[in-house]
Ligand binder design. Structure first.
Ligand code: NDP
Length: 236
């Protein structure tokens, strides 16, 4: 069945989103990625879209729908950080992170849900973060936007659960991507000490959980938060 499903991953040109797109391709799905720059991995359809712009997203969806068919699995992955302590955080630092991480998810999932409702089948997978539930000094904007995705998925589950649509959150810990490469070496070493697994994860370790959530085996899981964090959040 999975081979016939159409997947859209936002921010699929690099990092975790790229690894997720690669996994779906390997499992035989028809895969599209949104990218502001660059291209998705081999075997994917790349469509241009900034997730803060509904018109661009609508055009991207139309392109995916006309090329591959209606989107049945959507992975809201695109995200940014603008870290600083609360007293130094500007309104723009706050608003831009929320507009991308939470607003982007709203725009993408709203658009995707139309086709899912028609098909009476869908998988909505939101990429949150361990810091959404654990909190993180210097990340009031980011952690708030990521915590909000839990309420989002649970409300969506209540709205659309009876229509064959599931909505779940994946909460990665520290994953080796450009986002964590920006952290100073001492900070990375400090974080590793607090992770029971003693290491960061590869993007592929997140991707495997996402493809599993899209599979028929996960049909009865909805409103869940699945941590992929080496024990950092102790299951939260
Ligand atoms: P990267 O910084 O490596 O990649 C971010 C991706 O999001 C890029 O493809 C980027 O596109 C895209 N993106 C950012 N803003 C927008 C926008 N406005 N419109 C469209 N695309 C956008 O991040 P990661 O791969 O590390 O992170 C992916 C997701 O996982 C994020 O939501 C992040 O918060 C989350 N996460 C990451 C963790 C980590 O340790 N790395 C831990 C927990 C969660 P472009 O190339 O054009 O900038």
């Amino acid at each position: 069945m999975s081979a016939e499903r159409v997947v859209l991953v936002t921010g699929g040109n690099r990092g975790i989103g790229r690894a997720i797109a690669e996994r779906f391709v390997a499992e035989g799905y028809k895969v599209a990625v949104t990218a502001r720059s660059g291209e998705g991995p081999m075997g994917t359809l790349t469509v241009r879209a900034d997730v803060t712009d509904s018109a661009q997203l609508d055009a991207a969806f139309l392109q995916v729908e006309s090329t591959l068919g209606p989107v049945e699995v959507v992975v809201a992955n695109a995200g940014i950080t603008k870290d600083t302590l609360l007293l130094r955080m500007s309104e723009d630092d706050f608003d831009s992170v929320v507009a991308t991480n939470l607003g982007g998810t709203f725009r993408v999932v709203k658009r995707a849900s139309k086709g899912m409702l028609r098909a009476r089948w869908g998988r909505v997978i939101l990429i949150s973060s361990v810091v959404g539930l654990l909190g993180s000094a210097g990340q009031i904007n980011y952690s708030s936007s990521k915590a909000a995705l839990v309420g989002f998925a649970r409300s969506l589950t209540r709205e659309l659960g009876a229509r064959g649509i599931t909505a779940n959150v994946v909460a990665p810990g520290f994953i080796e991507t450009d986002m964590t490469a920006e952290l100073p070496a001492e900070t990375q070493a400090e974080y590793k000490k607090s992770i029971p697994a003693g290491r960061f994860a590869t993007p592929d370790e997140v991707a495997g959980v996402v493809t599993w959530l899209a599979s028929d085996d996960a049909a009865y899981i909805s409103g869940a938060v699945i941590p992929v964090d080496g024990g950092l959040g102790m299951g939260h």
